[in-house]
Design a protein around this ligand. Structure first.
Ligand SMILES: NC(=O)c1ccc[n+]([C@@H]2O[C@H](COP(=O)([O-])OP(=O)(O)OC[C@H]3O[C@@H](n4cnc5c(N)ncnc54)[C@H](OP(=O)(O)O)[C@@H]3O)[C@@H](O)[C@H]2O)c1
Length: 242
C-alpha cells in the first residue's frame, strides 16, 4: 500500500535558511509548503525549487498576522488533512547595535511578535493537523544567542553579542519548546529547538556557514525517528545548554 505523502510547512522560507530547509525536505520526499509573508516573494522562491522538487507550494503566512494562520489551517485541512512537520523558521533581528540599557521597548515588542508570539499562535492553530499525523515533528528555529547559561558566563564566546530583544526572544522561544514538549509528552509529536550555526544570510552578513550547512539541524529535527529526542536544543546532533 502506498503511504500518504508527508507534508511539511516551513515559515520564512522565501530566502535564507528557510528556503534551503524546503529544498532538503523536498529531496527527502516531503510535499513542501513554502511559507512567506509576501506572496510574490514566496511564489518566485517556490518556482526556483520546482525544477528539482515538483511538490513545493507557496503559502501565505505572516508571523504578525494571525488571520493568515487560520486561512492556512483551512487550506492544509482541505488539501491534505494532516501536517507532518512544522518548521517555525521565520525570524527577525532588529537590535544588533543596541544593548539592554538602550533598546527601545517597542523594538523588543516587535521582535517578540515575530520570534515568539507568532510561533506560539501558529503552532497552536496547526496542532489539530499535527495530531492527525502518525509522527509529527515541530522545530523551533532558535539560536545559541538564546542560551542563558552561555550568556551568563562572563568569558563566553557570546560575551560581546548581547542584543536583548533578539536574544531574549530566542530564550523565550526555547521556553516554548520545553513547555510544548511537556504538554505533548503522551503523543508521538516531538518538539525541539534548533541552532543552525552562524550562517551567511541577510540576517547575518558575517555568517561563516552556508545555508546548506545551516539547514541541516532543522531538517534532522523535522525527520527524527520515533526514539529521537523531544524538548531539546540542538546544533546538528549536539545538545546546546539552555
Ligand atoms: N543566519 C544565522 O546565522 C542564524 C543563526 C541563528 C538563528 N538563525 C535563525 O534562523 C531563522 C532564519 O534566518 P535567516 O538567517 O535565514 O534570515 P533571513 O535570510 O533574513 O530570512 C528570514 C526569513 O524570515 C522571514 N520573516 C521575517 N519576518 C516575518 C514575518 N513577520 N512573517 C513571516 N516571515 C517573516 C523573512 O521574510 P522576508 O523576506 O519577507 O523578510 C525571511 O523569509 C531565523 O529565525 C533566525 O533567527 C539564523
Amino acid at each position: 500500500m502506498t503511504q500518504p505523502a508527508r507534508i511539511a510547512l516551513v515559515t520564512g522560507a522565501n530566502k535564507g535558511i528557510g528556503l534551503e530547509i524546503c529544498r532538503q525536505l523536498g529531496r527527502l520526499g516531503f510535499t513542501v509548503l513554502l511559507g512567506s509573508r509576501d506572496t510574490a516573494r514566496g511564489e518566485s522562491a517556490a518556482q526556483l525549487l520546482r525544477a528539482e522538487i515538483p511538490n513545493v507550494h507557496a503559502v501565505h503566512v505572516d508571523a504578525t498576522a494571525p488571520e493568515t494562520f487560520v486561512a492556512l489551517r483551512e487550506r492544509i485541512a482541505s488539501d491534505y488533512g494532516h501536517l507532518d512537520a512544522l518548521v517555525n523558521n521565520a525570524g527577525i533581528g532588529l537590535d544588533w547595535d543596541l544593548t539592554a540599557d538602550n533598546v527601545p521597548i517597542q523594538t523588543i515588542r516587535d521582535t517578540f511578535e515575530t520570534n515568539f508570539f507568532g510561533v506560539i499562535e501558529l503552532t497552536q492553530i496547526l496542532l489539530p493537523l499535527l495530531r492527525q499525523s502518525p509522527a509529527a515533528r515541530i522545530v523551533n528555529q532558535s539560536s545559541i544567542l538564546g542560551s542563558l547559561s552561555i550568556h551568563a558566563q562572563p568569558d563566553s564566546k557570546l560575551q560581546d553579542i548581547k542584543p536583548l530583544a533578539y536574544n531574549a526572544s530566542k530564550a523565550a522561544l526555547n521556553a516554548f519548546t520545553i513547555h510544548l514538549a511537556a504538554a505533548l509528552k503522551d503523543t508521538p509529536i516531538k518538539v525541539n529547538s534548533a541552532h543552525p550555526g552562524s550562517v551567511l544570510t541577510d540576517l547575518n552578513p558575517e555568517g561563516t556557514l552556508s545555508v546548506e550547512q545551516g539547514a541541516l539541524t532543522a531538517v534532522r529535527l523535522a525527520t527524527l525517528p520515533p526514539d529521537g529526542p523531544t524538548g531539546g536544543f540542538f546544533h546538528l546532533d549536539k545538545s546546546i545548554p539552555w
